[in-house]
Design a protein. Structure first.
Length: 211
C-alpha cells in the first residue's frame, strides 16, 4: 500500500443523532457525573440509566470512570467499576454479576481495520462473565470473552478469550494457573452435616447424663 493509497477516514460511521447523543453524555460524564461525591452511587447509576445503560441499582460506578456510549453497557448485580477506568462502548459490553473492574482498566470495543486503506472503525462486543476480577491497568480488547470466576493480573493485555476459573497475565495475557472454585451447594451440605453431627452429640451427652 502506497502513501497515496492510504486514505484514512476522519470520522466515525455513526449517525448525526448518535454523535450528538454521545457528545451530550460525554459532557455530563466529565462534569456532573464526575462532581458527585463517592457515596452517591445510585445517582451515578441513575445518570447512566437515563442514557440507556442496563445497570442494576446496586452496582458501584466510580465518579472518576469514563464511560463512552453507555447505552451499550450492561452490568449485573453487585458489580463495580473503579476510578480512571475507560469503558469504550462503541460495541456492546456485558459485565456479569459480582465483578470487580479495578482502577485504570481499559475496555475497548472499537479499533481500526489495519488491512484497509480507509483505516475504518471496526467493533466487536466484550463479555465479562460472573465473579470476574480484572485488576489494575489491564486492557481488554474487542471480541474478548472472559469466563466465569477468572482473574486478569495487573497490567495485562487481553486479546483472546479467557477460560473460566483461571488466572491470566502478561502482554499478551497468558494462562498462569487455575483458580480454586467453591461449590456453594457442597458448602451448604457440609454446614448442614456439621449441624446434624453437633445435634447428635448434644442428644448423646444428654442421654448419658440422664442415665
Amino acid at each position: 500500500m502506497t502513501n497515496n493509497e492510504f486514505t484514512p477516514v476522519q470520522t466515525t460511521p455513526f449517525s448525526i443523532g448518535y454523535k450528538i447523543k454521545s457528545r451530550i453524555w460525554s459532557f455530563i460524564n466529565a462534569t456532573v457525573f464526575r462532581w458527585t461525591p463517592w457515596f452517591m452511587r445510585r445517582t451515578r447509576v441513575a445518570m447512566l440509566k437515563l442514557f440507556g445503560a442496563n445497570i442494576q441499582w446496586n452496582c458501584s460506578i466510580s465518579c472518576g470512570a469514563e464511560i463512552v456510549d453507555p447505552w451499550n453497557l450492561t452490568m449485573g448485580s453487585l458489580s463495580s467499576i473503579d476510578k480512571d477506568c475507560y469503558i469504550l462502548c462503541h460495541g456492546n459490553i456485558v459485565i456479569g454479576e459480582k465483578c470487580c473492574i479495578s482502577r485504570g482498566v481499559y475496555m475497548l470495543t472499537g479499533s481500526h481495520n489495519i488491512e484497509s486503506s480507509n483505516f475504518e472503525l471496526v467493533t466487536a462486543p466484550i463479555t465479562i462473565k460472573d465473579h470476574v476480577w480484572i485488576t489494575t491497568n489491564s486492557i481488554i480488547s474487542r471480541g474478548v470473552t472472559i469466563g466465569k470466576g477468572a482473574v486478569v493480573a495487573a497490567g495485562s493485555n487481553v486479546v483472546k478469550d479467557v477460560e473460566p476459573w483461571t488466572v491470566v497475565g502478561g502482554n499478551p495475557a497468558k494462562f498462569i494457573k487455575n483458580r480454586k472454585t467453591y461449590n456453594m451447594q457442597n458448602i451448604c451440605n457440609l454446614q448442614k452435616g456439621r449441624q446434624i453431627l453437633s445435634s447428635t452429640a448434644i442428644i448423646t451427652n444428654e442421654r448419658r447424663i440422664s442415665a
